[in-house]
Design a protein around this ligand. Structure first.
Ligand code: NAD
Length: 497
């Protein structure tokens, strides 16, 4: 494993060492009960910081601040082009601090720092800038009314109100950016809860939002785990929860929301995304596409291409190619020179990935490469490929959220039959298709039940492209124009003339 660790910059070291707080009503606060929790560096397996650990009492304070800012503060009356400027300014500040934020993300999440900068900070800036253009374009419509007489009828699109946003640890900054930017553009006020493992870049983001000039109470951050998230989901004064995380937690949030005030809920949940490799696929695209589809971020990506269906005529060449890509991947500490894949987020996640893979082997899977943890104080797991599978095995059906690829062989030439296998999952987040035949590609894209589909590339996406899941992968869409459907209410107004 790569051990030539580069020290972080002085600004990063200073930031980690400072006393951290939660941002509530424009002020940094400790938890109401004084509790703290420890933040880990998963690459070294050691504690790097203490942060406040909130409870429902802190959620109450943050929601009250967000409510005041929504009902009475300057935010409500601010002109859309002024909101745009603030959001754009936030993007500029993130870009200005990109090196520090990338190092923080790498140290706290484990991802290689180059990936953090190019694949997380850069796209977050882009998404925030894309979204900054929207406040002036969130318009209603005039409606032609059919009732007798003359009418003037129109719709207004108004912010849904106080929004609770709960995000996971696998892309802490980017997941927060996807949530806060459109909510702010729509005129909502926010209580953001980062994952308990990875609060540092969300706190940095909040500090930059203060510097950008958002009025107090518009953007609040509370810290803590399931207890704090659950307090948000059942809070009577939150109008909407936007959640990214596991399907299990998504279900409990939807239940809590239904049981309290029927708050709006949008959910970005898990996946077990299929990759289909046709006999005519260009393997110089398919091999790196499949490898990056599963090994990026150590497989801790909701859209990871974790289930490959390869035609028998290309199966062996594809598996050999992906196995040699796996073996040549530089697995190492995020700040080490040349690292391409970092650790898993925690010892719990390492244990989960190890035991799910072992369960697959007990069910009859054969390990092509990897299949075990690496010798280290950090939580590293070898890039792994499993073959000899059948569709009922747990490693084919369940989300592992680690660098573990399940490869299945198909013999079918019938597109409907192949699509049936790929669609045989409770999830429907993403899929990809490798073929040189564009007719086959687009016919298959129409048959797959997933929110994002790549052709000759697994990860596809852009700030302007909607993102979200079919079936148990979620409710609603983020990014693009469609995200605003979840942060705006439509009001219909009519007057006989
Ligand atoms: P998780 O559901 O355990 O936690 C996610 C967030 O929810 C954290 O902030 C956590 O503190 C909070 N939380 C936990 N229990 C809660 C509860 N009962 N009520 C309210 N909030 C609660 O998920 P995880 O294991 O940390 O993250 C991995 C999961 O996230 C995977 O399933 C992955 O597919 C999914 N994910 C989805 C997307 C997407 O956009 N679809 C993106 C990234 C990750």
């Amino acid at each position: 494993m790569n051990v030539h660790i580069k020290s972080p910059g002085a600004a990063t070291t200073r930031y980690i060492a400072r006393r951290h707080g939660m941002l509530i009503d424009g002020k940094w606060r400790q938890a109401a009960n004084g509790a703290v929790s420890q933040i880990m560096d998963p690459g070294l397996g050691k504690v790097i910081a203490d942060v406040p650990c909130g409870t429902g009492a802190d959620v109450d304070l943050a929601v009250a601040a967000a409510r005041r800012a929504f009902e009475d503060g300057p935010w409500r009356m601010m002109k859309p082009n002024e909101r745009s400027k603030l959001i754009w300014r936030l993007a500029d500040l993130i870009e200005h601090h990109a090196d520090t934020i990338a190092e923080l993300e790498s140290i706290n999440n484990g991802m290689p720092v180059a990936v953090a900068k190019a694949g997380h900070v850069g796209p977050s800036v882009d998404l925030i800038r894309y979204t900054a253009g929207w406040p002036t374009k969130l318009t209603g419509e005039t409606i032609p009314v059919s009732s007798p007489g003359e009418w003037h009828a129109y719709t207004l699109r108004e912010p849904v109100g106080v929004v609770g946003q709960i995000v996971p640890w696998n892309g802490p900054l980017m997941m927060a950016a996807w949530k806060i930017a459109p909510a702010l553009a729509a005129g909502c006020t926010i209580v953001l809860k980062p994952a308990e493992q990875t609060p540092l870049t969300a706190l940095y983001l909040a500090e930059l939002a203060l510097e950008a000039g958002f009025p107090k109470g518009v953007f609040n951050v509370v810290l803590g785990g399931a207890e704090v998230g659950a307090a948000m989901a059942s809070h009577p004064d939150i109008d909407k929860i936007a959640f990214t995380g596991s399907t299990r937690t998504g279900r409990s949030i939807a239940t809590a929301a239904a049981a309290t005030n029927l708050k709006r809920v949008s959910l970005e949940l898990g996946g077990k995304s299929p990759v289909i490799v046709f006999p005519d696929a260009d393997l110089s695209l398919a091999i790196p596409g499949v490898a990056s589809g599963i090994f990026s971020n150590a497989g801790q990506i909701c859209t990871a291409g974790s289930r490959v269906y390869a035609h028998e005529s290309v199966f062996d060449r594809l598996v050999d190619g992906v196995a040699s890509a796996a073996q040549s991947l530089k697995v190492g500490y995020g700040l080490a020179e040349g690292s391409q894949m970092g650790p898993l987020i925690s010892s719990t996640q390492l244990e989960r990935v190890s035991s799910m893979t072992a369960q697959g082997v007990r069910e009859g899977a054969s390990v092509v490469t990897g299949g075990e943890a690496m010798e280290s104080d950090g939580y590293f797991y070898k890039p792994t490929i499993l073959a000899g599978l059948n569709p009922q095995m747990s490693v084919v059906r369940e989300e592992i959220f680690g660098p573990v690829l399940s490869v299945l062989r198909y013999t079918d030439d019938d597109l409907d039959g192949i699509a049936r296998q790929a669609n045989d999952s409770p999830y429907g987040l993403a899929a990809s298709i490798f073929t040189q035949n564009l007719q086959v590609a687009h016919k298959m894209a129409a048959r797959l039940r997933a929110g994002t589909i790549g052709i000759n590339r697994h990860f596809v996406g852009d700030s302007a492209m909607p993102f979200g899941g079919f079936r148990q992968s979620g409710w609603g869409r983020e990014r693009g124009r469609e995200v605003f459907d979840s942060y705006l209410e439509t009001k219909a107004i009519a007057s006989p003339l």
